[in-house]
Design a protein around this ligand. Structure first.
Ligand code: ADP
Ligand code: MG
Length: 453
């Protein structure tokens, strides 16, 4: 059965990824009736697989055996980890709600916080500066100036990150404060549990004794009437005591359907800020800060600016995908022991890049570049090697490499049948010149913007 499943996985995630990550897994058996245990050669592989393919793998395994609830990756011969650890991997935000399994009978106060989600690691740019400033203000823990703070924005734009950051900062600055962070789903779960165990008094007491309450993804309670009701009472009790509340949602309060009007207007009564979709600069900043944080983990790996720029251009969906791509790139490069080149990047991230293909064509780039430098298209592509044509040609090649998914030989072909080494040389040359020659740097930037507009 595991064999058949392996085949299926290989076609979903691609031959290379399959060979690197899934093939080394060895199915060990089912434990406790619901944990599928895999042996892995190293902890690193276990962690990586769990973070990147955990959900996929689980859904496949569960389709074979519907008793299976979770996966565990264990280095062969290593002792069985504590029953309290649901996955061998470091906790990912998605895995965390399950981390509370062990204490199911307590009305657990706060959901675990991700150690990586701090203000230090949050990169501020135009799209999120307001949200960041508001979160910072709340994290000072001083007088309550707006209540609630309502943060909203699309998936992966940093809402959860900011809320955890507030928690962390409050814990250091004001250890005396009782700060409670949880998702709306966990709120409901605890509410239902309290009902079932006839512990509503405990529940109310617990929630009314916090100093700062943060509820993530509040859109979840839409349409869930009794949970909404309880949420409303909790909310009011805290506001009355002048306790700070922070709420997040994937959309603005008036766009959440099936939400009681009185709750909606409560949510709007404080400060409502949105996180805008990332722009190129912010994405690049996030990538750079990620790379810095990898220095210690992968001291031998260098990644040059061109590759980060390429990723920031090409992956514009959400930050989680962007980070995932970089993580995979580093893990892959270190595993195969190769430097991070453009080839390796495109190879290793083919699926991600395909999914977010912006479809800028080589012709388009050539046309724009020729126009920009005021030369004829035929001269840009043609054989003449005079500087007036050669430099724009290199700029065009560079942009083709950055903005399209075409390979070097393919680009060479489209530039009058040039060799891929010529293209590579051109790309390198512009990369160098960009840091030395501000005119070239400006040209490239201007053209890129024009092409992406
Ligand atoms: P949301 O809750 O809005 O769906 P998250 O807060 O979970 O998004 O963010 C998704 C991922 O992107 C997290 O790993 C987070 O650290 C990262 N991230 C998002 N925005 C930023 C940012 N401005 N700086 C650094 N990391 C960010
Ligand atoms: Mg979130």
């Amino acid at each position: 059965q595991w064999g058949a499943l392996q085949d299926r996985l290989s076609s979903t995630i691609g031959e290379n990824n399959y060979k690197t990550w899934i093939k080394p897994l060895e199915f060990h058996g089912i434990e406790d009736g619901e944990v599928a245990v895999f042996h892995v050669p190293t902890n690193f592989i276990g962690t990586y697989v769990s973070q990147n393919y955990g959900d996929l793998l689980l859904s496949h395994v569960a389709s074979l055996n519907d008793q299976v609830r979770r996966l565990q990756f264990r280095v062969a011969n290593a002792p069985r980890p504590d029953a309290g650890t649901p996955r061998a991997a470091a906790p990912t935000p998605a895995a965390q709600p399950q981390a509370t399994n062990g204490a199911a009978t307590d009305l657990l106060p706060s959901a675990p916080l991700d150690a990586r989600f701090t203000f230090e690691s949050f990169v501020v740019g135009k799209p999120n500066e307001l949200a960041h400033a508001a979160a910072k203000r709340v994290a000072e823990g001083g007088q309550v100036t707006f209540n609630p703070l309502f943060l909203y924005g699309g998936v992966g734009l940093g809402k959860t990150h900011l809320m955890h950051a507030i928690s962390w900062e409050l814990r250091t600055r004001h250890p005396e404060l009782n700060v409670l962070y949880l998702s709306a789903e966990q709120f409901m779960y605890r509410f239902v549990q309290a009902l079932r165990e006839r512990r509503m008094m405990d529940f109310k007491e617990l929630f009314r004794s916090v100093d700062v309450l943060m509820v993530d993804d509040v859109q979840f309670i839409a349409g869930k009437d009794s949970t909404q009701e309880e949420f409303f009472h909790t909310f009011n009790a805290l506001v009355d005591q002048n306790k700070q509340i922070v709420i997040s949602a994937d959309r603005a309060p008036d766009e959440i359907k099936d939400l009681e009007n009185r709750i909606r207007s409560r949510l709007q009564s404080g400060l409502v800020v949105d996180l805008h979709p990332t722009d190129y600069e912010l994405r690049l900043g996030i990538l750079q800060s990620k790379v810095d944080s990898y220095r210690s983990q992968y001291p031998a790996l260098e990644v040059d600016a061109g590759i980060l720029e390429f990723l920031a251009h090409r992956i514009s969906t959400n930050v989680r995908v962007l980070e995932g791509a970089l993580t995979r790139l580093f893990a892959f490069a270190s595993l195969v022991g190769q430097p991070i080149t453009m080839e390796l990047t495109q190879d290793c991230l083919a699926d991600v890049l395909r999914a977010s293909d912006r479809k800028i064509s080589i012709e388009e780039i050539q046309r724009k570049v020729a126009e920009h430098y005021n030369i004829r298209l035929s001269d840009l592509i043609g054989p003449k090697r005079v500087r007036n044509f050669a430099r724009p040609r290199q700029v065009a090649m560079y942009l083709c490499k950055q903005l399209t998914a075409r390979s070097l030989p393919e680009i060479g072909r489209r530039f009058g049948g040039r060799d891929h080494t010529t293209v590579m040389h051109g790309v390198k040359r512009i990369e160098e010149l960009r840091s030395q020659d501000s005119q070239i740097a400006d040209d490239v930037e201007l053209l890129r913007r024009a092409l992406e507009a």
